[in-house]
Design a protein around this ligand. Structure first.
Ligand code: UD1
Length: 418
């Protein structure tokens, strides 16, 4: 296993290229199972989660060809409708094959993702939605098994919570289903709009993506398509915090600021200066960071996937701030590690009170999820002395060429064997 070693205290300056969005690519790859023609994606990030998903759609029968940041997926036939435990346990997003397999093959059996480090994360909303389209669903032996013997049929599906994954699963299934489906209280994340654009290019009739009511006119068959993945707003937000926390000056080339409004507002309130570029975002840090109160919310609110990174910045603010996590339970694992670097943070229920300190000091730390790991990298970049981050594989799931990108803008960061 690898570790990252960071010598902190260098302001980051220069240009960082922002990759395509992992969380947009994963559902798009599942959507390839909806058609017997090739789906060709560009701007695909090279990440461990993408390789896991490639393995999964490959297992279901898709031919997968990767060239640089391009990915061609061709599921001429569905060879196997079971998503096995060994693949699903590595990546919860595997549940996204449920809707496409069911709609295309009339049957899907997917290992239950189970709990994970950031809370319980059930899939009841995915199942409720597919049942509304006429699926019969059984849970047995750790698997969810869905059947649609008479085919699925369009329906009105109100979601009790605007789940991103459930919205995506339903959009994909409904695209290859007789009749019209309406998803009420749909998630509005940019990744939803990106998936809708791709499904529309494949021939589905979709309107309302990006609002809370998505209407999908299903088709008997869908065609192949070419689609460019949107920029990763969480990666871009993480580098924006890197500029702010080091008092640096970064151009985030390819970032899409219109998908980052809440993050940009929080950074500005904290004292960073941002300006939009024709194809990117410019972020300049200030030596004095102000405390900002944040509550995570579904899009367009402040993203839960940026919460840990913002907390690292708040740890170095000149005042106190409160960060409240409303999306996931148990998403404060970075707190105890940030505390080991000198941060002053108290957690009460779903809220963390952060009293800014003058400086953080390097330490050996590790985290149990992707964004928590990134918050430790950010803290390490700003800390005095050496920070060693263990369990780097979390970062490899979601940040393409992390050390290379950071070194390119002046960070002292190296990967080493444990
Ligand atoms: C996606 C993102 C993840 C992000 C999250 C929220 C991907 C691959 N992952 O995850 O990075 O943090 O959105 O923005 O895109 N819930 C239920 N029942 C369900 C489904 C969800 O109770 O059937 C709950 C979850 O436990 C969680 C909340 O709803 O508390 C949000 O989950 P959801 O929006 O579904 O997130 P994911 O799609 O898993």
């Amino acid at each position: 296993m690898d570790k990252l070693v960071i010598q902190g205290g260098r302001p980051l300056k220069g240009e960082v290229g922002i990759s395509g969005a992992k969380n947009a690519t994963l559902p798009l790859m599942a959507a390839a199972l909806l058609t017997d023609e090739p789906l060709v994606l560009s701007n695909v990030p090279a990440l461990a989660d993408i390789r896991s998903m490639a393995g999964l759609v490959g297992h279901h029968g898709a031919r997968v060809d990767t060239t640089g940041h391009g990915l061609a997926l061709h599921a001429q036939n569905i060879a196997d409708t079971t998503a096995p435990y060994d693949i699903v346990r590595k990546m919860r997003a595997s549940i996204l094959v449920l809707g496409p397999l069911l709609a295309r093959a009339g049957h899907a059996r997917v290992s239950l993702p189970g709990g994970c480090a950031i809370g319980n994360r059930p899939i009841d909303l995915h199942l409720k939605g597919l049942k509304a389209l006429g699926a019969e669903i059984e849970l047995a032996e750790g698997y969810v098994e869905a059947r649609a013997n008479g085919g699925l049929e369009g329906a009105v599906v109100p979601l009790p919570f605007a789940s991103v994954g459930a919205t995506e699963n339903l959009m994909m299934a409904a695209s290859l289903t007789r009749g019209t489906t309406v998803i009420e209280n749909a998630a509005r994340e940019p990744e939803i709009s990106d998936l809708a654009a791709c499904l529309a290019a494949m021939g589905a009739g979709i309107s309302g993506a990006g609002t809370e009511r998505i209407e999908i006119e299903g088709r008997d068959t869908l065609s192949g398509a070419r689609h460019r993945v949107i920029a990763d707003r969480i990666e871009a937000g993480s580098y924006a915090v890197a500029a702010a926390i080091t008092g640096g000056d970064l151009i985030l080339a390819g970032a899409e600021p219109e998908t980052m409004r809440a993050t940009i507002a929080a950074l500005e309130e904290a004292g960073a200066e941002t300006s939009e570029l024709p194809a990117g975002l410019h972020v300049r840090g200030d030596s004095a960071t102000r405390g900002v109160d944040i509550t995570t919310q579904p899009y367009p609110g402040f993203p839960t996937d940026m919460q840990a990174q913002l907390m690292a910045l708040m740890a170095l603010s000149d005042s106190a701030s409160v960060i409240t996590e409303t999306i996931f339970e148990n998403r404060f694992m970075h707190v105890s590690e940030l505390a080991r670097m000198g941060a002053d943070i108290t957690v009460t229920g779903a809220s963390a009170t952060i009293r800014g300190v003058r400086a953080l000091t390097g330490a050996a730390v590790m985290a149990t999820d992707l964004r928590a790991s990134m918050s430790l990298v950010l803290a390490g970049l700003a800390a005095e002395g050496e920070t060693v981050i263990h369990r780097v594989y979390h970062l490899d799931r979601g940040y393409e060429r992390l050390e290379e990108k950071l070194r390119g803008v002046g960070a002292d960061i190296a990967r080493a064997k444990e």
